[in-house]
Design a protein around this ligand. Structure first.
Ligand SMILES: Nc1ncnc2c1ncn2[C@@H]1O[C@H](COP(=O)(O)OP(=O)(O)OP(=O)(O)O)[C@@H](O)[C@H]1O
Ligand SMILES: [Mg+2]
Length: 344
């Protein structure tokens, strides 16, 4: 059993290129400094992972230590989906073997292997399966984290990640049904041929047991989905990242509306604001235009925490770069709770 309950899941979303990954990483680094006794995990849910570049350490599909209490992972969603489909396939195959006629067709195994693959599962569902594995790691101590920070993909795919846990049983069932139908089609011809030659056998008890196991797998998936949804409702906190320009501002309004039933929106990051300059009048013009958007964004999201951050002279890379970005975003003497629970 878990020794300690997960405390917070911080999710960062927003339009492409606005600094979601950088701010996610900076937030994780800063929290890990402020809370040395907490275990923090940074997860990238973007297909184009870039944590490896950000930290300049090979990360990939394994929980990789970045400091004493900070880990990161760029999950390969296919691996979990494969685990799941392999298990399901094994049971389906066994079930079919026990069926009259069907089990006697030699080509069937290959057919099953090539029809029902992890590739046929939508990416968002694969990601959700992985997310669940992390959030549900009840038995493995190395997988238990106090705080999870998730760098999400731009809005459309982000919403899919929230939706899937509620819907996934339906999705899996749909795939299983398609799968069953393909099998039925394929065996129809064979059965015509064999019907007269072979007397079908039928081990009813065995079939019932296998059917039950498959049903339990789907049921377990549904229970997990419910738990994830509940967890995200209770300890999830969404922060939307934007730049001070119209398209990105429009995007976060849309994201707010689309995600409101899944997760509490607590803050908005206005990133990449052009700093004031003594020499560059052009920069100052851009800045003053941006500041009118900053005001609009503040008005629109007036009940939320708004963090403003200027464009740094150097792109924030590596632990030190990300620490500088964290100082830019959160200031020098912030308390961990101001980051974790900014509006409570
Ligand atoms: N405050 C900042 N100052 C300077 N550079 C920044 C700042 N924030 C982000 N950047 C740079 O802007 C670029 C985009 O940032 P990042 O990759 O974090 O955005 P993203 O929203 O995750 O993008 P994508 O949608 O492509 O995943 C990167 O090169 C990053 O180093
Ligand atoms: Mg990114």
């Amino acid at each position: 059993m878990r020794k300690n309950q997960m405390e917070k899941i911080i999710v960062l979303g927003g339009k492409g290129g606005v600094g979601k990954s950088s701010i996610s990483a900076a937030t994780a680094v800063r929290l890990s400094d402020l809370l040395p006794e907490k275990k923090i995990l940074l997860i990238s849910f973007d297909i184009a992972h870039n944590l490896t570049d950000l930290f300049n350490i090979e990360i990939g599909n394994k929980i990789t230590p970045l400091s004493e209490n900070l880990w990161a992972i760029e999950p390969d969603p296919n691996i979990n989906a494969k685990k799941y489909t392999n298990n399901l396939i094994t049971k389906l195959k066994a079930l079919m073997k026990e069926m009259p006629i069907v089990g006697l067709i030699p080509q069937l195994e290959t057919f099953v292997d090539t029809t029902f693959t992890a590739d046929s599962i939508p990416l968002a569902l694969k990601n959700a399966m992985f997310f669940q594995e992390i959030l549900n790691a009840e038995n493995e101590e190395s997988m238990q984290f106090d705080i999870v920070i998730a760098d999400f993909p731009p809005t459309g795919n982000m919403v899919a990640l929230f939706e899937i846990p509620e819907d996934q049983v339906k999705v899996i069932l749909k795939y299983s049904l398609n799968f069953y139908n393909s099998i039925k089609e394929a065996v129809r011809e064979f059965s015509k041929l064999f019907r007269k030659l072979i007397k079908p056998f039928d081990d009813y008890e065995k079939r019932k047991e296998l059917g039950k196991q498959i049903f339990h797998m789907l049921e377990e998936l549904e229970r997990r989905g419910e738990r994830i949804t509940e967890l995200i409702h209770t300890i999830g906190s969404l922060r939307l990242v934007t730049i001070a320009e119209k398209p990105s501002f429009e995007e976060i309004k849309r994201a707010r509306d689309l995600t409101s039933k899944y997760i509490t929106l607590e803050g908005v990051h206005i990133n990449l604001i052009t700093p004031e300059s003594k020499k560059c009048q052009y920069c100052n013009n851009i800045r003053s235009n941006q500041l009118t958007y900053v005001e609009e964004i503040r008005k629109e999201f007036n009940r939320l925490k708004i963090w403003e951050s200027n464009r740094l002279e150097k792109e924030p890379f590596g632990l030190d770069g990300l620490k500088s970005l964290a100082y830019e975003v959160y200031g020098e003497d912030i308390k961990p709770d101001d980051i974790l629970n900014p509006i409570s």
